[in-house]
Write a protein that binds this ligand. Sequence first.
Ligand SMILES: Cc1ncc(COP(=O)(O)O)c(C=O)c1O
Length: 361
Amino acid sequence: MSKLQAVPGVLQLSPYVQGQSVIEGVETPIKLSSNESSHGPSPAAIEAFQATASVLNRYPDGSQSALRQAIGETFGLDASRIICGNGSDELIQMMVRAYVNQGDQVLLSENGFVMSNIHSIAQGAALVIAPEKNYCVDVDALLDRVTEKTRFCTIANPNNPTGTYISGQEMRRLHAGLPENCLLLIDDAYAEYVEQEDYEDGSALVDEFENVVMTRTFSKIYGLPSLRIGWAYCPASVVGVVGRIRTPFNTNGPALAAAEAAVKDHHYVANIRKHNNEWLTKITSAVEEMGIAIVPSVANFYLLKFPESRGKSGSSAADYLKAQGIIPRPAGGSDQYLRITVGLDHENLAVLDALSAYMDQ
Ligand SMILES: Cc1ncc(COP(=O)(O)O)c(C=O)c1O
């Protein structure tokens, strides 16, 4: 029997289960389970990645300066307050490690992305979960649960797995009701897809306040999840703190190079956004016509709710889709739901055909 003792919070956790990626007997399944971009990265990013093959014997630039500069120029942000991470997952982990203590309360929304939950539990914090209204973050429900022990609050905007968002005004109202010693982490992994006028990414709030951080990723619209690269925009004091726990080479050279080229290719990103949002509209009307409810999404995925009254469920729909070579993702906390990523034209058409056949069964 091992005498080793892990810290108590870690023992409360179960290992993360990632979206399914294979179907036995299907050579090239249509993988729509992890909100990846079926378009892949910009050709410029692939070229930049390939060019790093000759320098793999060298450590990458630990200061991440070229990528931070490129991000700063693209989004009009202060590059000195950007930190890049091994995916935004790592940045969320670093923020929680730096700012959440044992016994603190961490405020989260019912359907929020799980990474903050995992790391907060590991720190020995208590999760306080606010219910959502119509699958959307409910600022009043969050504010009702603020106490003097609330030290950290994460909101994914748009949220995963619902795909819904809250307006810039609502985010500001939430921030105004949080204690000044509570860090608000705005996880904007899907921000590049959003075209709604009342949406704001978290950067203006970061510029205005000392207790707000925004995280972003190259895993979604930029099509680089395999390279694990994301970034956080932070107040200077947070950069100073997180810099103490960031490992010197947390982002690898090929990832830094590919992401730099990707963020500069504005045209490529604009085309993917347009394609995604046109498909969201088409998919919404098609599934509604089939009698499947869909949560209004502004991201690159959608959450479907199958009608129990017709004997339908998320799991039986998933089985049906998988039999057609399509991999969706169980989500939404009950068997009524299924989350599906928006894919290429032929992938979306295959999904709609399969869903229609499933509903007609
Ligand atoms: C809301 C949200 N935040 C963060 C992430 C993690 O992204 P990354 O690949 O940058 O770690 C995801 C991935 O699915 C996500 O949905």
